[in-house]
Design a protein around this ligand. Structure first.
Ligand SMILES: NS(=O)(=O)c1cc(F)ccc1F
Ligand SMILES: [Zn+2]
Length: 251
């Protein structure tokens, strides 16, 4: 987003100890063997029977109504329920992701947002708790079209104002938005990347990017908010790692 440098005034936590995104320095990430095997990360999503798209002023978001869950990996015994997914992207292919890998920025980053349904009663209750949220970060790179993303890229242009919503009568399986390899990821404790920047997110960032076509990326770049400003470049630059360690599940 355009004004991350001003966020510190209204949200002092912007300079906190566990802010996101970060630059993932691959050589410094520590291999963590106990997120393998029996407690490997696992998604159990139910396909949405209709797609609820929302222009929330700074991104395009799909509100989830089914009760899909994410478990395992760094999440211990808790079940995290899928709440929504949204994206961050740039005006051109060379920028747009929030996390970077050894300084490399991808064209876009998809976030699947989950809340800890084993411990809390709702997303709103969980959003401020240190173990409240888990977000899957998927890097997007230009290439072949992602068929499951077509329902969003074909319709997001109709959401011309902030707050605009629409329901598309088609099924969507969030599992098909994930990369084929969901075993290899980095994970660390961080925050929301937009205000209020709550430090409540266990981040899981997949190593393997997913491809979207040029047209699908252009559909995102053509999105405007109610002031007619493009939403593109709605990514926060990397925050300081401070005393954190990034874990990885692969050698
Ligand atoms: N970009 S994010 O996944 O950290 C995020 C998720 C939310 F639900 C709310 C605000 C956010 F910034
Ligand atoms: Zn996000």
């Amino acid at each position: 987003m355009k004004r991350p440098s001003t966020w510190g005034k209204d949200f002092p936590i912007a300079n906190g100890e566990r802010q996101s995104p970060i630059d993932i320095v691959t050589s410094a990430a520590e291999y963590d063997s106990d997120v393998q095997g029996s407690n490997a990360l696992s998604t159990n999503y139910t396909p949405e029977s209709e797609v609820k798209l929302v222009n929330n002023g700074h991104s395009i978001m799909c509100q989830i109504t089914k009760k899909g869950v994410l478990t395992g990996g760094p999440l211990g015994k808790d079940e995290y329920r899928l709440e929504q997914f949204h994206l961050h992207w740039g005006a051109e292919d060379g920028r747009g992701s929030e996390h970077t890998v050894d300084g490399k920025m991808y064209a876009s980053e998809l976030h699947l947002v989950h809340w800890n349904a084993s411990k809390y009663s709702s997303f709103a209750d969980a959003v401020q708790k240190p173990d409240g949220l888990a977000v899957l970060g998927i890097f997007i790179t230009p290439g072949v079209a992602c068929n499951q993303f077509k329902v969003i890229s074909d319709n997001c242009g109709k959401l011309k104002t902030s707050g605009a919503e629409m329901t598309v009568d088609t099924t969507l399986d969030p599992t098909l938005l994930l990369p084929s390899n969901t075993s290899d990821y980095w994970t660390y404790l961080g925050s929301l990347t937009t205000p209020p920047l709550f430090e409540s997110v266990t981040w899981i960032v997949f190593k393997e990017p997913v491809e979207y076509s040029k047209e699908q990326l252009l559909a995102l770049r053509n999105l405007v908010d109610s002031d007619g400003n493009h939403m593109q470049d709605n990514y926060r630059p990397p925050a300081a790692l401070k005393q954190r360690k990034v874990k990885k599940t692969f050698t």
